[in-house]
Ligand binder design. Structure first.
Ligand code: TEU
Length: 569
Protein backbone atom coordinates (compact mmCIF):
# COMPACT_ATOMS: atom_id res chain seq x y z
CA UNK A 1 0.00 0.00 0.00
CA UNK A 2 1.30 3.46 -0.87
CA UNK A 3 0.01 6.83 0.33
CA UNK A 4 -1.42 7.38 -3.13
CA UNK A 5 -3.45 4.16 -3.10
CA UNK A 6 -5.14 4.97 0.18
CA UNK A 7 -8.88 4.93 -0.11
CA UNK A 8 -9.64 7.34 2.72
CA UNK A 9 -12.90 7.48 4.64
CA UNK A 10 -13.78 9.29 7.85
CA UNK A 11 -15.09 6.10 9.40
CA UNK A 12 -11.82 4.30 8.73
CA UNK A 13 -9.91 6.94 10.66
CA UNK A 14 -12.47 7.10 13.47
CA UNK A 15 -12.47 5.51 16.90
CA UNK A 16 -15.93 4.30 17.91
CA UNK A 17 -17.22 4.39 21.48
CA UNK A 18 -20.15 2.11 22.23
CA UNK A 19 -22.72 3.26 24.75
CA UNK A 20 -25.13 0.84 26.39
CA UNK A 21 -27.55 3.52 27.58
CA UNK A 22 -29.19 1.44 30.27
CA UNK A 23 -25.90 1.19 32.13
CA UNK A 24 -24.13 4.44 31.29
CA UNK A 25 -25.41 7.32 33.39
CA UNK A 26 -28.73 7.84 35.15
CA UNK A 27 -29.94 11.38 35.81
CA UNK A 28 -33.50 10.85 37.07
CA UNK A 29 -32.80 8.33 39.80
CA UNK A 30 -34.86 5.46 38.37
CA UNK A 31 -31.77 3.25 38.31
CA UNK A 32 -31.69 3.11 34.52
CA UNK A 33 -29.28 5.14 32.43
CA UNK A 34 -30.83 7.76 30.17
CA UNK A 35 -30.19 10.16 27.30
CA UNK A 36 -29.74 13.24 29.50
CA UNK A 37 -27.08 11.15 31.23
CA UNK A 38 -25.24 10.73 27.94
CA UNK A 39 -25.58 14.43 27.11
CA UNK A 40 -23.97 15.12 30.47
CA UNK A 41 -20.97 13.02 29.44
CA UNK A 42 -20.40 14.32 25.93
CA UNK A 43 -17.42 16.36 27.12
CA UNK A 44 -16.03 13.25 28.76
CA UNK A 45 -16.15 11.47 25.40
CA UNK A 46 -14.57 14.44 23.71
CA UNK A 47 -11.72 14.48 26.21
CA UNK A 48 -11.13 10.79 25.70
CA UNK A 49 -10.83 11.61 22.01
CA UNK A 50 -13.32 9.26 20.41
CA UNK A 51 -14.99 10.23 17.15
CA UNK A 52 -18.17 8.21 16.84
CA UNK A 53 -20.76 7.07 19.35
CA UNK A 54 -22.70 3.89 18.68
CA UNK A 55 -25.84 3.93 20.75
CA UNK A 56 -27.48 0.63 21.63
CA UNK A 57 -31.28 0.68 21.14
CA UNK A 58 -33.20 3.48 22.87
CA UNK A 59 -36.48 2.96 21.04
CA UNK A 60 -39.77 2.16 22.72
CA UNK A 61 -39.53 -1.40 23.95
CA UNK A 62 -40.96 -3.74 26.57
CA UNK A 63 -37.31 -4.70 27.24
CA UNK A 64 -37.53 -8.45 26.98
CA UNK A 65 -34.03 -8.16 25.50
CA UNK A 66 -33.05 -4.70 26.73
CA UNK A 67 -34.29 -2.77 23.74
CA UNK A 68 -33.51 -5.36 21.06
CA UNK A 69 -37.24 -5.99 21.01
CA UNK A 70 -38.58 -2.78 19.48
CA UNK A 71 -42.22 -1.78 19.76
CA UNK A 72 -41.91 1.50 17.87
CA UNK A 73 -38.95 2.31 15.63
CA UNK A 74 -39.67 6.03 15.51
CA UNK A 75 -39.89 6.83 19.17
CA UNK A 76 -37.60 7.07 22.17
CA UNK A 77 -38.53 4.94 25.15
CA UNK A 78 -39.66 7.25 27.97
CA UNK A 79 -37.22 5.62 30.37
CA UNK A 80 -34.42 7.09 28.25
CA UNK A 81 -36.01 10.48 27.52
CA UNK A 82 -37.77 11.78 24.44
CA UNK A 83 -37.02 12.80 20.88
CA UNK A 84 -36.08 16.29 21.96
CA UNK A 85 -33.29 15.15 24.23
CA UNK A 86 -32.16 12.71 21.55
CA UNK A 87 -31.93 15.70 19.15
CA UNK A 88 -29.91 17.52 21.78
CA UNK A 89 -27.52 14.62 22.05
CA UNK A 90 -27.03 14.57 18.29
CA UNK A 91 -26.41 18.31 18.22
CA UNK A 92 -23.99 18.22 21.16
CA UNK A 93 -21.99 15.46 19.49
CA UNK A 94 -21.97 17.22 16.13
CA UNK A 95 -20.87 20.47 17.79
CA UNK A 96 -17.75 18.65 18.92
CA UNK A 97 -17.16 16.97 15.57
CA UNK A 98 -18.31 13.65 16.88
CA UNK A 99 -20.85 11.48 15.09
CA UNK A 100 -23.69 9.24 16.10
CA UNK A 101 -24.65 5.85 14.76
CA UNK A 102 -27.88 4.17 15.76
CA UNK A 103 -28.73 0.52 16.25
CA UNK A 104 -30.97 -0.90 13.54
CA UNK A 105 -32.84 -3.99 14.67
CA UNK A 106 -34.90 -5.26 11.75
CA UNK A 107 -34.54 -9.02 11.80
CA UNK A 108 -37.30 -8.96 14.38
CA UNK A 109 -39.59 -6.61 16.26
CA UNK A 110 -41.18 -6.87 19.67
CA UNK A 111 -44.34 -8.94 19.89
CA UNK A 112 -45.85 -5.70 21.19
CA UNK A 113 -45.11 -3.84 17.95
CA UNK A 114 -48.28 -2.70 16.26
CA UNK A 115 -47.38 -4.73 13.16
CA UNK A 116 -47.33 -7.91 15.19
CA UNK A 117 -50.54 -7.12 17.04
CA UNK A 118 -52.29 -6.60 13.71
CA UNK A 119 -50.62 -9.55 12.08
CA UNK A 120 -51.85 -11.79 14.86
CA UNK A 121 -55.39 -10.60 13.95
CA UNK A 122 -54.70 -11.37 10.27
CA UNK A 123 -55.35 -7.74 9.49
CA UNK A 124 -54.21 -6.65 6.01
CA UNK A 125 -51.61 -5.69 4.99
CA UNK A 126 -49.95 -7.05 8.15
CA UNK A 127 -51.14 -10.64 7.86
CA UNK A 128 -47.88 -11.69 6.27
CA UNK A 129 -45.43 -9.39 8.06
CA UNK A 130 -44.08 -12.29 10.15
CA UNK A 131 -43.47 -16.00 9.62
CA UNK A 132 -46.65 -17.79 10.62
CA UNK A 133 -47.00 -21.51 10.11
CA UNK A 134 -49.10 -24.44 11.18
CA UNK A 135 -47.98 -27.19 13.48
CA UNK A 136 -49.43 -29.34 16.20
CA UNK A 137 -50.49 -26.97 18.97
CA UNK A 138 -49.15 -27.65 22.43
CA UNK A 139 -51.53 -29.48 24.70
CA UNK A 140 -53.40 -26.91 26.72
CA UNK A 141 -51.87 -25.82 29.97
CA UNK A 142 -48.32 -26.51 28.82
CA UNK A 143 -45.81 -23.82 28.10
CA UNK A 144 -45.37 -23.45 24.36
CA UNK A 145 -41.86 -23.74 23.11
CA UNK A 146 -40.11 -25.36 26.00
CA UNK A 147 -39.95 -28.98 24.88
CA UNK A 148 -42.01 -32.05 25.82
CA UNK A 149 -45.69 -31.19 25.90
CA UNK A 150 -44.88 -28.26 23.67
CA UNK A 151 -46.66 -29.66 20.65
CA UNK A 152 -44.98 -30.02 17.29
CA UNK A 153 -43.70 -26.80 15.78
CA UNK A 154 -43.58 -26.25 12.00
CA UNK A 155 -39.90 -27.18 11.77
CA UNK A 156 -36.93 -28.13 13.94
CA UNK A 157 -35.06 -24.82 13.95
CA UNK A 158 -33.59 -23.73 17.24
CA UNK A 159 -33.48 -20.23 18.63
CA UNK A 160 -30.42 -18.38 19.97
CA UNK A 161 -32.17 -17.94 23.30
CA UNK A 162 -34.56 -20.88 23.55
CA UNK A 163 -34.72 -24.48 22.47
CA UNK A 164 -37.15 -24.02 19.63
CA UNK A 165 -37.52 -21.02 17.37
CA UNK A 166 -41.32 -21.33 17.36
CA UNK A 167 -44.00 -20.22 19.75
CA UNK A 168 -47.66 -21.08 19.36
CA UNK A 169 -49.99 -18.09 19.33
CA UNK A 170 -53.42 -18.98 20.72
CA UNK A 171 -55.06 -15.99 19.21
CA UNK A 172 -54.05 -16.62 15.64
CA UNK A 173 -54.00 -20.36 16.04
CA UNK A 174 -50.57 -20.67 14.43
CA UNK A 175 -46.93 -20.74 15.35
CA UNK A 176 -44.64 -17.76 14.71
CA UNK A 177 -40.90 -17.84 14.16
CA UNK A 178 -38.44 -16.15 16.53
CA UNK A 179 -34.72 -16.76 16.17
CA UNK A 180 -34.24 -15.02 19.53
CA UNK A 181 -36.66 -14.73 22.44
CA UNK A 182 -40.34 -15.48 21.95
CA UNK A 183 -40.95 -11.79 22.48
CA UNK A 184 -38.86 -11.10 19.35
CA UNK A 185 -40.84 -12.41 16.34
CA UNK A 186 -38.89 -12.44 13.06
CA UNK A 187 -40.03 -10.10 10.31
CA UNK A 188 -40.87 -11.68 6.99
CA UNK A 189 -38.43 -10.04 4.61
CA UNK A 190 -39.93 -11.94 1.67
CA UNK A 191 -42.84 -9.55 1.90
CA UNK A 192 -41.93 -6.41 -0.12
CA UNK A 193 -44.18 -4.31 2.15
CA UNK A 194 -41.99 -5.21 5.12
CA UNK A 195 -38.88 -4.13 3.24
CA UNK A 196 -40.53 -0.85 2.25
CA UNK A 197 -41.47 -0.15 5.86
CA UNK A 198 -37.87 -0.75 6.93
CA UNK A 199 -36.40 1.48 4.22
CA UNK A 200 -38.85 4.28 5.05
CA UNK A 201 -37.93 4.07 8.69
CA UNK A 202 -34.20 4.08 7.92
CA UNK A 203 -34.57 7.11 5.68
CA UNK A 204 -36.54 8.87 8.41
CA UNK A 205 -33.58 8.49 10.79
CA UNK A 206 -31.02 9.34 8.12
CA UNK A 207 -32.93 12.55 7.40
CA UNK A 208 -32.59 13.45 11.06
CA UNK A 209 -28.88 13.64 10.40
CA UNK A 210 -27.51 10.49 11.98
CA UNK A 211 -24.15 9.26 10.76
CA UNK A 212 -24.94 5.63 10.21
CA UNK A 213 -26.31 2.38 11.53
CA UNK A 214 -25.04 -0.66 13.33
CA UNK A 215 -27.27 -3.38 11.90
CA UNK A 216 -28.27 -6.07 14.35
CA UNK A 217 -27.90 -9.67 13.09
CA UNK A 218 -28.45 -8.38 9.60
CA UNK A 219 -27.46 -11.63 7.89
CA UNK A 220 -30.37 -13.51 9.46
CA UNK A 221 -33.05 -11.63 7.51
CA UNK A 222 -33.39 -14.16 4.69
CA UNK A 223 -34.84 -17.59 5.36
CA UNK A 224 -35.06 -20.49 2.90
CA UNK A 225 -38.43 -20.51 1.18
CA UNK A 226 -40.80 -23.07 2.68
CA UNK A 227 -38.87 -23.03 5.98
CA UNK A 228 -37.55 -26.61 5.64
CA UNK A 229 -36.15 -28.64 8.54
CA UNK A 230 -32.49 -28.12 9.32
CA UNK A 231 -29.74 -30.69 9.79
CA UNK A 232 -30.20 -31.86 13.39
CA UNK A 233 -26.45 -32.44 13.73
CA UNK A 234 -25.53 -28.85 12.85
CA UNK A 235 -24.14 -26.54 15.52
CA UNK A 236 -27.44 -24.71 15.60
CA UNK A 237 -30.33 -26.55 14.02
CA UNK A 238 -31.62 -24.76 10.95
CA UNK A 239 -28.76 -22.32 10.57
CA UNK A 240 -28.10 -23.39 6.98
CA UNK A 241 -31.57 -21.95 6.26
CA UNK A 242 -31.28 -18.61 8.02
CA UNK A 243 -27.62 -17.61 8.33
CA UNK A 244 -26.76 -15.59 5.19
CA UNK A 245 -29.87 -17.12 3.62
CA UNK A 246 -30.59 -17.31 -0.13
CA UNK A 247 -31.90 -13.75 -0.56
CA UNK A 248 -29.61 -12.06 1.91
CA UNK A 249 -27.30 -10.50 -0.66
CA UNK A 250 -30.15 -9.14 -2.72
CA UNK A 251 -31.95 -7.68 0.33
CA UNK A 252 -28.71 -6.08 1.42
CA UNK A 253 -28.06 -4.60 -2.02
CA UNK A 254 -31.60 -3.28 -2.16
CA UNK A 255 -31.32 -1.79 1.32
CA UNK A 256 -28.01 -0.07 0.56
CA UNK A 257 -29.32 1.19 -2.71
CA UNK A 258 -32.54 2.56 -1.26
CA UNK A 259 -31.18 4.02 1.98
CA UNK A 260 -27.62 4.28 3.31
CA UNK A 261 -26.07 4.27 -0.17
CA UNK A 262 -27.45 7.78 -0.66
CA UNK A 263 -25.75 9.26 2.39
CA UNK A 264 -22.20 9.70 3.64
CA UNK A 265 -22.62 7.32 6.55
CA UNK A 266 -20.93 4.47 8.33
CA UNK A 267 -22.63 1.09 8.14
CA UNK A 268 -21.68 -1.76 10.42
CA UNK A 269 -23.42 -5.06 9.84
CA UNK A 270 -23.47 -7.54 12.67
CA UNK A 271 -23.23 -10.96 11.05
CA UNK A 272 -23.19 -14.33 12.71
CA UNK A 273 -21.38 -17.31 11.21
CA UNK A 274 -19.55 -15.29 8.56
CA UNK A 275 -15.87 -15.87 7.82
CA UNK A 276 -13.46 -13.40 6.29
CA UNK A 277 -13.79 -14.73 2.78
CA UNK A 278 -17.57 -14.47 2.83
CA UNK A 279 -17.29 -11.02 4.40
CA UNK A 280 -15.74 -9.75 1.17
CA UNK A 281 -19.14 -10.11 -0.48
CA UNK A 282 -20.78 -7.70 1.93
CA UNK A 283 -18.24 -4.96 2.63
CA UNK A 284 -16.31 -2.59 0.41
CA UNK A 285 -17.47 -1.07 -2.86
CA UNK A 286 -21.23 -0.53 -2.73
CA UNK A 287 -21.68 -2.76 0.33
CA UNK A 288 -21.39 -2.00 4.03
CA UNK A 289 -18.46 -0.15 5.59
CA UNK A 290 -17.53 -3.06 7.85
CA UNK A 291 -19.01 -5.93 9.73
CA UNK A 292 -19.02 -7.27 13.24
CA UNK A 293 -18.11 -10.95 13.07
CA UNK A 294 -17.75 -13.54 15.82
CA UNK A 295 -14.79 -15.65 14.74
CA UNK A 296 -12.35 -14.27 17.30
CA UNK A 297 -15.02 -14.60 19.99
CA UNK A 298 -14.77 -18.36 19.51
CA UNK A 299 -11.09 -18.77 20.37
CA UNK A 300 -11.87 -19.62 23.99
CA UNK A 301 -14.87 -21.87 23.48
CA UNK A 302 -15.24 -25.50 22.49
CA UNK A 303 -17.63 -27.10 20.00
CA UNK A 304 -20.52 -26.68 22.41
CA UNK A 305 -20.75 -22.94 21.76
CA UNK A 306 -20.59 -19.96 24.05
CA UNK A 307 -21.06 -21.77 27.38
CA UNK A 308 -18.42 -24.36 26.52
CA UNK A 309 -15.60 -22.39 28.12
CA UNK A 310 -11.96 -23.21 27.29
CA UNK A 311 -8.62 -21.42 27.72
CA UNK A 312 -7.63 -18.82 25.19
CA UNK A 313 -5.86 -20.40 22.23
CA UNK A 314 -3.56 -17.61 21.06
CA UNK A 315 -2.51 -19.48 17.95
CA UNK A 316 -6.14 -19.70 16.91
CA UNK A 317 -6.59 -15.99 17.64
CA UNK A 318 -3.61 -15.26 15.39
CA UNK A 319 -5.07 -17.37 12.63
CA UNK A 320 -8.48 -15.71 12.77
CA UNK A 321 -7.18 -12.15 13.07
CA UNK A 322 -4.61 -12.65 10.33
CA UNK A 323 -7.20 -14.10 8.01
CA UNK A 324 -9.49 -11.09 8.49
CA UNK A 325 -6.59 -8.64 8.14
CA UNK A 326 -5.51 -10.26 4.89
CA UNK A 327 -8.87 -10.91 3.29
CA UNK A 328 -10.03 -7.34 3.79
CA UNK A 329 -6.69 -5.67 3.11
CA UNK A 330 -7.47 -4.26 -0.32
CA UNK A 331 -11.22 -4.20 -0.52
CA UNK A 332 -13.39 -3.91 2.55
CA UNK A 333 -12.49 -2.88 6.06
CA UNK A 334 -12.22 -4.41 9.53
CA UNK A 335 -14.26 -3.59 12.58
CA UNK A 336 -11.94 -4.19 15.54
CA UNK A 337 -13.48 -5.14 18.86
CA UNK A 338 -12.70 -7.17 21.95
CA UNK A 339 -15.72 -6.18 24.02
CA UNK A 340 -19.31 -5.18 23.58
CA UNK A 341 -22.64 -5.49 25.38
CA UNK A 342 -22.91 -9.18 24.41
CA UNK A 343 -19.47 -10.26 25.54
CA UNK A 344 -17.70 -10.58 28.86
CA UNK A 345 -15.16 -7.91 29.73
CA UNK A 346 -12.02 -8.27 27.59
CA UNK A 347 -9.55 -7.77 30.43
CA UNK A 348 -11.11 -10.66 32.36
CA UNK A 349 -11.35 -12.82 29.29
CA UNK A 350 -8.10 -12.26 27.40
CA UNK A 351 -5.99 -10.63 30.09
CA UNK A 352 -5.64 -10.91 33.86
CA UNK A 353 -8.12 -8.91 35.89
CA UNK A 354 -6.15 -9.59 39.10
CA UNK A 355 -2.49 -8.66 39.51
CA UNK A 356 -2.06 -7.48 35.94
CA UNK A 357 -5.38 -5.76 35.36
CA UNK A 358 -3.80 -2.49 34.38
CA UNK A 359 -1.01 -3.98 32.26
CA UNK A 360 -3.25 -6.43 30.47
CA UNK A 361 -5.99 -3.86 29.81
CA UNK A 362 -3.35 -1.65 28.20
CA UNK A 363 -1.85 -4.53 26.26
CA UNK A 364 -5.27 -5.38 24.82
CA UNK A 365 -5.81 -1.72 23.97
CA UNK A 366 -2.51 -1.68 22.11
CA UNK A 367 -3.56 -4.76 20.19
CA UNK A 368 -6.94 -3.20 19.33
CA UNK A 369 -5.46 0.06 18.10
CA UNK A 370 -2.60 -1.29 16.03
CA UNK A 371 -4.48 -3.64 13.73
CA UNK A 372 -5.88 -2.41 10.44
CA UNK A 373 -9.49 -1.34 10.92
CA UNK A 374 -11.73 0.84 13.02
CA UNK A 375 -11.39 0.24 16.78
CA UNK A 376 -14.58 -0.04 18.83
CA UNK A 377 -14.27 0.73 22.54
CA UNK A 378 -17.09 -0.45 24.77
CA UNK A 379 -18.02 1.79 27.72
CA UNK A 380 -15.81 1.06 30.70
CA UNK A 381 -13.14 -0.63 28.61
CA UNK A 382 -11.17 2.62 28.75
CA UNK A 383 -10.81 2.23 32.52
CA UNK A 384 -10.26 -1.53 32.44
CA UNK A 385 -13.64 -2.58 33.85
CA UNK A 386 -13.82 -6.29 34.68
CA UNK A 387 -16.34 -9.12 34.88
CA UNK A 388 -18.52 -9.13 37.97
CA UNK A 389 -19.72 -11.58 40.61
CA UNK A 390 -23.19 -13.10 40.21
CA UNK A 391 -23.69 -14.74 43.55
CA UNK A 392 -27.23 -15.88 43.01
CA UNK A 393 -29.57 -16.35 40.05
CA UNK A 394 -31.41 -13.28 41.38
CA UNK A 395 -28.46 -11.14 40.30
CA UNK A 396 -28.93 -12.19 36.68
CA UNK A 397 -30.76 -9.80 34.38
CA UNK A 398 -30.01 -11.07 30.89
CA UNK A 399 -32.63 -13.21 29.17
CA UNK A 400 -29.98 -15.38 27.50
CA UNK A 401 -28.18 -16.08 30.79
CA UNK A 402 -31.42 -16.63 32.71
CA UNK A 403 -32.65 -19.12 30.11
CA UNK A 404 -29.29 -20.88 30.19
CA UNK A 405 -29.39 -21.25 33.96
CA UNK A 406 -32.92 -22.66 33.76
CA UNK A 407 -31.91 -25.16 31.11
CA UNK A 408 -28.71 -26.08 32.95
CA UNK A 409 -30.55 -26.75 36.19
CA UNK A 410 -33.17 -28.81 34.35
CA UNK A 411 -30.42 -30.96 32.83
CA UNK A 412 -28.49 -33.75 34.55
CA UNK A 413 -25.21 -31.91 34.08
CA UNK A 414 -25.61 -29.38 36.90
CA UNK A 415 -27.02 -29.90 40.38
CA UNK A 416 -27.00 -26.38 41.72
CA UNK A 417 -26.47 -22.75 40.78
CA UNK A 418 -23.02 -22.89 42.41
CA UNK A 419 -21.98 -25.29 39.64
CA UNK A 420 -23.30 -23.07 36.85
CA UNK A 421 -22.00 -19.89 38.43
CA UNK A 422 -18.43 -20.01 37.04
CA UNK A 423 -19.86 -20.14 33.53
CA UNK A 424 -22.13 -17.17 34.21
CA UNK A 425 -19.28 -15.21 35.72
CA UNK A 426 -17.02 -15.89 32.81
CA UNK A 427 -19.47 -15.58 29.90
CA UNK A 428 -22.76 -13.93 30.78
CA UNK A 429 -23.63 -10.77 28.86
CA UNK A 430 -24.46 -9.14 32.20
CA UNK A 431 -20.70 -8.84 32.81
CA UNK A 432 -20.62 -6.08 30.24
CA UNK A 433 -23.82 -4.49 31.47
CA UNK A 434 -23.02 -3.64 35.08
CA UNK A 435 -23.13 0.13 35.55
CA UNK A 436 -20.36 2.37 34.25
CA UNK A 437 -18.06 3.17 37.16
CA UNK A 438 -17.67 6.94 37.35
CA UNK A 439 -16.68 7.43 40.99
CA UNK A 440 -15.88 5.44 44.11
CA UNK A 441 -19.15 6.70 45.62
CA UNK A 442 -22.36 4.83 46.13
CA UNK A 443 -23.43 3.02 42.98
CA UNK A 444 -20.21 4.25 41.39
CA UNK A 445 -21.86 7.57 40.57
CA UNK A 446 -24.11 5.83 38.05
CA UNK A 447 -27.40 6.54 39.81
CA UNK A 448 -28.86 7.99 42.95
CA UNK A 449 -31.54 5.33 42.88
CA UNK A 450 -31.47 1.56 42.93
CA UNK A 451 -29.50 0.38 39.87
CA UNK A 452 -31.34 -2.06 37.59
CA UNK A 453 -28.32 -4.38 37.81
CA UNK A 454 -25.75 -4.45 40.59
CA UNK A 455 -22.58 -2.41 40.51
CA UNK A 456 -19.26 -4.26 40.31
CA UNK A 457 -17.70 -4.37 43.75
CA UNK A 458 -14.34 -3.14 42.47
CA UNK A 459 -15.72 0.36 41.87
CA UNK A 460 -13.48 1.75 44.66
CA UNK A 461 -10.43 0.96 42.65
CA UNK A 462 -11.76 0.97 39.09
CA UNK A 463 -13.55 4.21 38.27
CA UNK A 464 -13.27 7.18 35.95
CA UNK A 465 -12.34 9.70 38.65
CA UNK A 466 -9.44 7.61 39.87
CA UNK A 467 -8.32 6.82 36.34
CA UNK A 468 -8.27 10.44 35.26
CA UNK A 469 -6.30 11.49 38.33
CA UNK A 470 -3.59 8.94 37.63
CA UNK A 471 -1.22 9.51 34.70
CA UNK A 472 -0.41 5.83 34.52
CA UNK A 473 -4.01 4.69 34.24
CA UNK A 474 -5.64 2.66 31.52
CA UNK A 475 -7.70 5.76 30.68
CA UNK A 476 -4.63 7.90 29.91
CA UNK A 477 -3.20 5.07 27.87
CA UNK A 478 -6.34 4.96 25.69
CA UNK A 479 -6.06 8.71 25.19
CA UNK A 480 -2.48 8.36 24.14
CA UNK A 481 -3.26 5.53 21.74
CA UNK A 482 -6.02 7.60 20.15
CA UNK A 483 -3.53 10.46 19.67
CA UNK A 484 -0.82 8.20 18.24
CA UNK A 485 -3.26 6.67 15.80
CA UNK A 486 -4.21 10.12 14.53
CA UNK A 487 -0.61 11.13 13.96
CA UNK A 488 0.47 8.41 11.56
CA UNK A 489 -1.41 6.98 8.61
CA UNK A 490 0.39 3.70 9.07
CA UNK A 491 -1.78 2.94 12.12
CA UNK A 492 -4.95 3.14 10.09
CA UNK A 493 -3.95 2.21 6.58
CA UNK A 494 -0.68 0.29 6.86
CA UNK A 495 -0.44 -3.28 5.54
CA UNK A 496 -0.44 -6.05 8.13
CA UNK A 497 2.08 -8.87 8.28
CA UNK A 498 2.10 -11.52 11.00
CA UNK A 499 5.44 -12.18 12.73
CA UNK A 500 6.38 -15.07 15.05
CA UNK A 501 3.39 -17.13 13.81
CA UNK A 502 4.18 -20.05 16.11
CA UNK A 503 4.88 -18.20 19.34
CA UNK A 504 2.21 -19.48 21.74
CA UNK A 505 2.13 -16.36 23.96
CA UNK A 506 3.24 -13.36 21.94
CA UNK A 507 1.17 -11.82 19.17
CA UNK A 508 3.53 -9.83 16.95
CA UNK A 509 3.10 -8.14 13.60
CA UNK A 510 4.38 -5.42 11.33
CA UNK A 511 2.40 -2.64 9.74
CA UNK A 512 3.86 -0.83 6.75
CA UNK A 513 2.87 2.13 4.64
CA UNK A 514 5.53 3.12 2.12
CA UNK A 515 8.55 4.05 4.21
CA UNK A 516 6.73 4.19 7.54
CA UNK A 517 6.46 1.05 9.64
CA UNK A 518 5.37 -0.18 13.05
CA UNK A 519 6.50 -3.30 14.86
CA UNK A 520 4.02 -4.51 17.45
CA UNK A 521 4.57 -7.18 20.10
CA UNK A 522 1.90 -8.10 22.66
CA UNK A 523 2.57 -10.59 25.42
CA UNK A 524 -0.68 -12.39 26.20
CA UNK A 525 0.83 -14.20 29.19
CA UNK A 526 1.71 -13.43 32.79
CA UNK A 527 5.30 -14.60 32.24
CA UNK A 528 8.31 -12.97 30.64
CA UNK A 529 8.70 -13.87 26.99
CA UNK A 530 11.77 -13.53 24.84
CA UNK A 531 11.09 -12.49 21.28
CA UNK A 532 13.43 -12.30 18.34
CA UNK A 533 11.89 -9.71 16.08
CA UNK A 534 13.41 -8.48 12.83
CA UNK A 535 15.54 -5.38 13.31
CA UNK A 536 15.55 -2.77 10.57
CA UNK A 537 18.95 -1.46 9.52
CA UNK A 538 18.19 2.15 10.37
CA UNK A 539 17.21 1.40 13.97
CA UNK A 540 13.87 1.89 15.70
CA UNK A 541 12.15 4.39 17.97
CA UNK A 542 9.65 3.67 20.69
CA UNK A 543 6.10 4.65 19.73
CA UNK A 544 4.11 3.49 22.73
CA UNK A 545 4.16 0.77 25.37
CA UNK A 546 2.53 -0.17 28.65
CA UNK A 547 5.75 -0.49 30.69
CA UNK A 548 8.61 1.97 31.12
CA UNK A 549 11.08 1.86 28.25
CA UNK A 550 13.54 -1.02 28.68
CA UNK A 551 16.01 0.08 26.03
CA UNK A 552 16.06 -3.35 24.42
CA UNK A 553 15.88 -3.60 20.67
CA UNK A 554 13.27 -5.79 18.94
CA UNK A 555 15.82 -8.50 18.23
CA UNK A 556 16.54 -9.31 21.86
CA UNK A 557 13.58 -7.87 23.67
CA UNK A 558 12.22 -9.74 26.67
CA UNK A 559 8.59 -8.80 27.14
CA UNK A 560 7.42 -8.45 30.72
CA UNK A 561 4.07 -9.95 31.82
CA UNK A 562 1.35 -8.66 29.50
CA UNK A 563 3.76 -6.15 28.05
CA UNK A 564 2.91 -4.48 24.76
CA UNK A 565 5.54 -2.60 22.79
CA UNK A 566 5.26 -0.69 19.59
CA UNK A 567 8.37 0.43 17.76
CA UNK A 568 8.41 2.64 14.70
CA UNK A 569 10.98 2.92 11.94
O1 TEU B 1 -26.73 -10.21 19.00
C1 TEU B 1 -26.69 -11.24 18.08
C2 TEU B 1 -26.16 -12.48 18.55
O2 TEU B 1 -25.86 -13.35 17.76
C3 TEU B 1 -26.12 -12.65 20.00
O3 TEU B 1 -27.33 -13.20 20.35
C4 TEU B 1 -25.08 -13.53 20.41
O4 TEU B 1 -25.24 -14.79 19.86
C5 TEU B 1 -25.18 -13.64 21.89
O5 TEU B 1 -25.37 -12.37 22.43
C6 TEU B 1 -23.92 -14.18 22.42
O6 TEU B 1 -24.07 -14.28 23.76
C7 TEU B 1 -27.54 -9.13 18.71
C8 TEU B 1 -27.48 -8.11 19.83
O7 TEU B 1 -26.18 -7.58 19.89
C9 TEU B 1 -27.93 -8.74 21.08
O8 TEU B 1 -27.79 -7.89 22.19
C10 TEU B 1 -29.37 -9.15 20.91
O9 TEU B 1 -29.81 -9.86 22.03
C11 TEU B 1 -29.57 -10.01 19.67
O10 TEU B 1 -28.90 -9.52 18.52
C12 TEU B 1 -31.03 -10.06 19.30
O11 TEU B 1 -31.44 -8.81 18.84
Amino acid sequence: MTEEDIDRAWWKEAVVYQIYPRSFNDTDGDGIGDLPGIVEKVDYLDELGVDVVWLNPVYESPDADNGYDIADYRSIDPQYGDMEVWETLLAELHDRDMRLIMDLVVNHTSDEHEWFLRSREREEPYDDYYYWADGVPPSSGSDAGTGDAAGDPPNNWSSFFEETAWTYDEERGQYYLHLFDRKQPDLNWRNPDVREEVYDMMTWWLEKGIDGFRMDVINLISKTEGLPDGDPDAGMTGDEHFVSGPEFQSYLDEMVDRTVGNYDVMTVGEMVGVDAEEAREYVGESGLSMLIHFEHMGVDTGDGGKWDVTDLDLLELKEVVTDWQEQLADDGWNCLYLSNHDQPRAVSRFGDDGDYRRESAKMLATFLFTLQGTPFVFQGQEIGMTNAAFESPDDIRDVEAANFVDRALDSDEFDSYEEVRPLIESRSRDNARTPMQWTDGENAGFTEGEPWIHVNENRDEVNVDAARADDESVWHYYRELIDRREERDVFVYGDYELLLPDHPDVFAYRRTLEDDALLVACNFSGEEQAVGLPEPAGGVERVIGNYPESGELPGDAVLRPYEARVWGY
